[in-house]
Design a protein around this ligand. Structure first.
Ligand code: IMP
Ligand code: MG
Length: 215
C-alpha cells in the first residue's frame, strides 16, 4: 500500500492573507489547503521512492495533460537531481497524453484521449504515469487499459492527490502524494474550466467561483 500525507476532512487550511495569491483569484478561494512548499517537499520524497523501485532501467515518464504538467515538471526535476548525485543513474525520457473527463466540477462518464504521443511507442518500456488527481479512478483505469494493449514492460502510476470520495471505484495509484477531502480543488495546474492553473498553492474553490467560471 502506498503511503501518503493525509489532509483530514476537517482541515481548516490557511488564510489566503498569509500567502501570495494572484489578485484576480482572491475572491474565488476560501483557504489554502496545500501550500506550494509542502507540495514540493512531498514531491521530493516521491522522487526518491520512485527511483528506489524503478531506478534499475530506463524510465519513460508519461505526463497526463493538462493537470499533471506542474507536478510532472517538478517531480522530474527531483529525479534529475537524484540522477546527478548518485553512483547509479537511469535515463529518463518523456511522453505526453491529453485526456478530458471533466465539465464544471463534475466528472463526466466519458474519458476521452484528445491528443498526445502515440502510446505504441511505450511497448517494452518501463512507464511511469504522472497524474494530478485521482477521484473516481475512471481516467486512470481507462488509460491503463489503453496502455496495456501496447505491452509495456512495467507500468507504475504516481498521482499527487487522491480524493477520499464515495464515488471512488477503489482504484489506488502506486505512489500518492496527498489524500484529500471530497472537495473541488484548484491550483498547481489543477483547473476549473481552465482557470486557476496559474495559482501555485492548492486551494478549495468557493461556490461563487463555481458560478462565475461555469460553462
Ligand atoms: P477521475 O477520472 O474521476 O479519477 O478524475 C480524474 C480527473 O478529473 C483528473 O485527472 C482531473 O483532471 C479531474 N479532477 C478530479 N477532481 C478534480 C478536482 O478537485 N479539481 C480539478 N480537477 C479534478
Ligand atoms: Mg488529470
Amino acid at each position: 500500500m502506498a503511503s501518503y500525507l493525509q489532509i483530514p476532512d476537517d482541515e481548516k487550511g490557511h488564510d489566503l492573507e498569509l500567502f501570495c495569491v494572484p489578485r484576480h483569484y482572491e475572491s474565488d478561494l476560501d483557504k489554502v489547503i496545500i501550500p506550494h512548499g509542502l507540495i514540493m517537499d512531498r514531491t521530493e520524497r516521491l522522487a526518491r521512492d520512485i527511483i528506489r523501485d524503478m531506478g534499475g532501467h530506463h524510465i519513460v515518464a508519461l505526463c497526463v495533460l493538462k493537470g499533471g504538467y506542474k507536478f510532472f515538471a517538478d517531480l522530474l526535476d527531483y529525479i534529475k537531481v537524484l540522477n546527478h548525485n548518485s553512483d547509479k543513474s537511469v535515463p529518463l525520457t518523456v511522453d505526453f497524453i491529453r485526456v478530458k473527463s471533466y465539465c464544471n466540477d463534475k466528472s463526466t462518464n466519458s474519458v476521452r484521449v484528445i491528443g498526445g504521443d502515440e502510446l505504441s511507442n511505450l511497448s517494452g518500456k518501463n512507464v511511469l504515469i504522472v497524474e494530478d488527481i485521482v477521484e473516481t479512478g475512471r481516467t486512470m483505469q481507462t488509460l491503463l487499459s489503453l496502455l496495456s494493449e501496447c505491452n509495456p514492460k512495467m507500468v507504475k502510476v504516481v498521482s499527487l492527490l487522491v480524493k477520499r470520495t464515495p464515488r471512488s471505484s477503489g482504484y489506488r495509484p502506486d505512489y500518492i502524494g496527498f489524500e484529500v477531502p471530497d472537495a473541488f480543488l484548484v491550483g498547481y495546474a489543477l483547473d476549473y474550466n481552465e482557470y486557476f492553473r496559474d495559482l501555485c498553492h492548492i486551494c478549495i474553490l468557493n461556490d461563487q467561483a463555481k458560478e462565475k467560471y461555469k460553462v
